[in-house]
Design a protein around this ligand. Structure first.
Ligand SMILES: *Cc1c(COP(=O)(O)O)cnc(C)c1O
Length: 435
């Protein structure tokens, strides 16, 4: 069989880009294939360079809540681009976007715009350290907050131990300042705070975990973090890079009634262009340079194109009545449909979902933390992924990811996708994979 155009392009890329991809999540190694190269997208559909068409459940890993090439957002970017692409000086639109964010998210009194979620989370940690004068931080196993050194850390053994580097190049001494706790484990958290709460600058959490696959917060878990932080003088940081403007205008903190000290935003707020934000309490945010002593900067921060796309997306989410209702409905129809198919065949799988984000785990579950997510059979997922891809479904090439639907979907497309999944399951059953 002659290679596909994607295979050819991938082989070419492998020579000049490490692993052939500019972000490792795009490589398809975990599912034993090569990445399909994208030609274009439109609404819920994505087209590869070989002319194959897919229903897109990745949505660029979250940002595209309105689907691909959404006409209003494209128009607003085009309007902005004709005036220039970057000035390195303030523009009116940046203040407008900051005000929009502040109006939507009640815990945010001031915000700084940046270009990636990694930068925003990294800055949040530095700011928390600068504000509290403490060095240690706590994160949760399975949560991802970008690739800053302090956050590429895996759990050490035992309650009192701080973390170990999870990547080469992260100094042990730095990783040792980051503690890693199991997600949703309130007793662990209380015990940890009793021992080390006084030394903590902050706790950072994905209020709905998306980066170990979707894991919703257990009742009381986020509230416990918030109250322990306030009791011990540590800052509570909500990483809403995925959940911000996806689970509602006020994100997960609106949904669960939280008031974090700092919030990290990204993905959706850039309307598909590189934009992120760090926001929170005025007293904390005023510690940022040039007002305060915590340094942070960015040549392209608040970039006019990204800001135009972000304003376009957020205003539409605010103005378009029922945008969240619509995307949540699509998400619910998808997750419930998957759960029905699993139940009908008694498959060893489970679905977690919150709003428009969901994950199909190949484990009977329940999946409540990283340990239970890790029970998933990755070989089953790999087979599922490849059969689904061949039938026209664009899913994340890893078991431990969230899938996202967009308003670009109509419900018939969700149903079509479910029919495809049904026949994928039937094939897998015939292959004896569920025995
Ligand atoms: C994607 C993501 C990040 C990192 O954002 P980038 O823009 O990829 O740097 C941080 N936190 C969470 C929860 C994310 O999902």
């Amino acid at each position: 069989m002659s290679p596909t155009r994607s295979e050819e392009l991938f082989n070419e890329a492998l020579n000049v880009i490490p692993g052939g991809v500019n972000s490792p999540v795009r490589a398809c190694g975990a599912v034993g294939t090569y990445p399909r190269f994208v030609a274009r997208g439109r609404g819920a559909r994505i087209f590869d360079v070989d002319g194959n068409e897919y229903l897109d459940f990745v949505s660029s890993w979250g940002p595209l809540i309105f689907g691909h090439a959404s006409p209003n957002i494209v128009d607003d970017i085009v309007k902005a681009i004709s005036k220039g692409t970057s000035f390195g000086a303030p523009t009116e639109a940046e203040t407008f976007l900051a005000k929009l964010i502040i109006e939507c998210v009640p815990s945010i009194e001031m915000t700084r715009l940046l270009s990636s979620g990694t930068e925003a989370a990294m800055t949040a940690i530095r700011l928390a350290r600068g504000f509290t004068g403490r060095d240690k931080i706590l994160k949760f196993s399975g949560c991802y907050h970008g690739h800053a050194d302090s956050l590429l850390v895996a759990a050490g053994s035992g309650l009192a131990t701080f973390g170990l580097p999870s990547s080469l190049g992260v100094p042990k001494a730095l990783a040792a300042l980051t503690a890693v706790a199991p997600y949703n484990d309130i007793p662990f958290l209380k015990e940890f705070f009793k021992r080390s709460g006084d030394e903590l600058a902050c706790v950072i959490v994905e209020p709905v975990a998306g980066n170990m696959g979707v894991v919703p917060p257990a009742p009381g878990f986020l509230e416990a973090i918030q109250s322990l932080c306030s009791q011990y003088g540590a800052l509570f940081i909500c990483d809403e890079v995925i959940t911000g403007f996806r689970l509602g205008l006020a994100g997960a903190q609106g949904l669960y009634g939280l008031r974090p000290d700092l919030t990290v935003l990204g993905k959706i707020i850039g309307g598909g262009l590189p934009l992120a934000a760090l926001g929170g309490r005025r007293a904390v945010m005023e510690k940022l340079a040039p007002l305060g002593g915590v340094y942070q900067a960015g040549t392209l921060s608040g970039n006019p194109l990204a800001v135009a796309a972000g304003i376009s997306a957020i205003q539409r989410l605010r103005g378009e009545k029922g945008a969240f209702g619509r995307v949540n409905y699509m998400g619910k129809r998808w997750a419930e449909g998957l759960a029905r198919l699993i139940e009908a065949e008694s498959l060893p799988a489970t679905v977690n979902s919150v709003g428009s984000m969901s994950t199909l785990f190949f484990t009977p579950g329940p999946v409540t933390d990283f340990a239970s997510a890790s029970q998933s059979d990755q070989k089953l997922y790999a087979r599922f992924f490849n059969l689904a891809l061949a039938s026209g479904l664009w899913l994340a090439p890893s078991q431990f990811e969230a899938s996202f639907v967009s308003t670009g979907f109509i419900f018939e497309e969700i149903d079509l996708a479910l029919e495809k999944v049904e026949s994928v399951f039937a094939t897998m059953k015939k292959e004896g994979l569920f025995a």
